[in-house]
Write a new protein. Sequence first.
Length: 103
Amino acid sequence: MYAIVDIAGQQFKVEKDQKVFVHRLEGEEGAQVSFDQVLLVEDDKDVKIGAPTVTGASVTGKIITHLRGDKVLVFKKKRRKGYQKMTGHRQNLTQILIENITA
């Protein structure tokens, strides 16, 4: 059984006992979180597609940890002008464990 769920503005295909990195969520480590924006639910028998969401479906999980992602370097240069600029960015992430999918 899997579901496609909207978490913090991004869509993820999740299954039970799967760990997912998402944009930083509010809440302490170990707190329970619930997501109601389920776009698709598939079990062994059939597929339920929402318009736009599946009514009565939800995905619950637990916040494992808050962390920061790898640094992404952005390098800009204009040739023959002596212009160079390098900046970096590290995204704040939350790792969650999917515990249950209800349809």
